[in-house]
Design a protein around this ligand. Structure first.
Ligand code: NCD
Ligand code: ZN
Ligand code: ZN
Length: 356
């Protein structure tokens, strides 16, 4: 859509109308947290790829179907939102179960968590070679693989885990399964940007709103800041700059995936705090702010609403959403007394406001 007056830049722009976007990576959780979190995503996005890292994880067709029903039950009656479900890969996963779920329209993709890499990944894959048979099946049936791209070896520095994953795990997977479509989720490094650009058409990547805005210093600003802690952990400033360039470049293999990952406040503010940033309430506003700072508001729509569905082979959404230029202050705390949640941008003022 042509929202940007090329002569004047975007300062005078007061309204931004976009084709309705999708979120290609989100965590909804379950129970009370699901009831709290899911409506924020459903308000801004038509569809979302829902992560399967529940306890226990979503590893069967029945579990995927039941979770999808719980998500719809958490949304207002008649909601047009579509959750796209994913299967959690384990060492023992049965390729037949995956194929059945894909063919029945329950599973859109499979998610690879290296065991121990992140929140609720204990049942993940201990050695990627163990899932070669399921990758082969996925390649045959045209099902996407989504990856949390970090190695877990304790001898690898946490800031290097993504870069080492590219070489040790992702390279061999792409090499052995050239027709498999793979999404490298929530990229955080210049190394990943270079890797994606050098790869063929079957590798895409999601970029979160928060990795475009924070670097590793955010975790140590005047003290320890658990609400800036997520995985993969934010890296040096130059990596954030590479991500901002990539997201706003118009390259069709980068697309929106918030990785909105709510945890109760006390579980983040703890001696062993959880990783995850809850960005769903202002996801689009946050991306819009970054794109505007980069002088690329005219490229937001493609990143948010076109490149994702094209990569997934799904139709583009028909409807539109509107953002108004209207200052919006984020509360310090959201949720309820039982599950207080600190949102991304807490206490800050954003320049755009989602209007529906
Ligand atoms: C996610 C979570 O909390 O489930 N956390 C995070 O920091 N991103 C897991 C993940 O996406 O790795
Ligand atoms: Zn992850
Ligand atoms: Zn995630």
């Amino acid at each position: 859509m042509n929202n940007v007056n090329e002569q004047q830049g975007t300062d005078s722009l007061t309204r931004l109308v976009l084709r309705q976007p999708d979120d290609w990576h989100v965590h909804f959780r379950d129970d009370a947290m699901l009831a709290f979190a899911a409506p924020y995503t459903a308000r801004q996005f038509a569809r979302a790829i829902v992560m399967p890292n529940l306890v226990p994880p979503v590893t069967t067709v029945a579990a995927g179907e039941a979770y999808r029903n719980r998500i719809m039950a958490a949304l207002p009656e008649g909601s047009a939102f579509t959750p796209l479900m994913t299967a959690y890969l384990t060492d023992e996963i049965d390729p037949n179960e995956i194929e059945t779920g894909f063919k029945n329209g329950v599973f859109t993709a499979c998610k690879l968590y290296p065991a121990g890499a992140t929140t609720n990944s204990a049942s993940g894959v201990t050695d990627v070679r163990k899932i070669w048979p399921v990758l082969e099946r996925m390649q045959d049936i045209g099902m996407l693989l989504l990856v949390h791209g970090e190695v877990v070896s304790p001898d690898i520095d946490i800031f290097d885990r993504e870069a080492v994953f590219l070489e040790r795990v992702l390279g061999p997977v792409l090499n052995d399964f050239p027709a498999l479509k793979v999404v490298l989720e929530h990229i955080t490094t210049e190394d990943s940007v270079q890797f994606v650009e050098a790869a063929g058409p079957n590798l895409g990547a999601t970029i979160t709103a928060h990795h475009l805005r924070i670097d590793r210093n955010a975790m140590f600003q005047g003290g320890l800041r658990p609400h800036a802690y997520c995985l993969p952990v934010a890296k040096r400033r130059r990596h954030r700059e590479a991500l901002r360039k990539a997201a706003t470049s118009g390259h069709p293999r980068y697309f929106l995936g918030t990785d909105s990952a709510p945890h109760p406040k006390h579980e983040k503010e703890s001696a062993c705090g959880c990783a995850g940033i809850f960005s769903a309430p202002v996801a689009l506003e946050s991306y819009a702010q970054t794109f505007e700072e980069e002088g690329a508001l005219d490229r937001l729509e493609a990143f948010a609403s076109e490149f994702g569905p094209r990569f997934y082979g799904l139709p583009l959404n028909e409807g539109t959403v509107t953002l108004n230029r209207q200052p919006q202050e984020l509360p310090e705390l959201m949720g309820s007394e039982e599950i207080p949640v600190v949102p991304f941008h807490a206490g800050e003022t954003l320049s755009w406001r989602f209007a529906g």
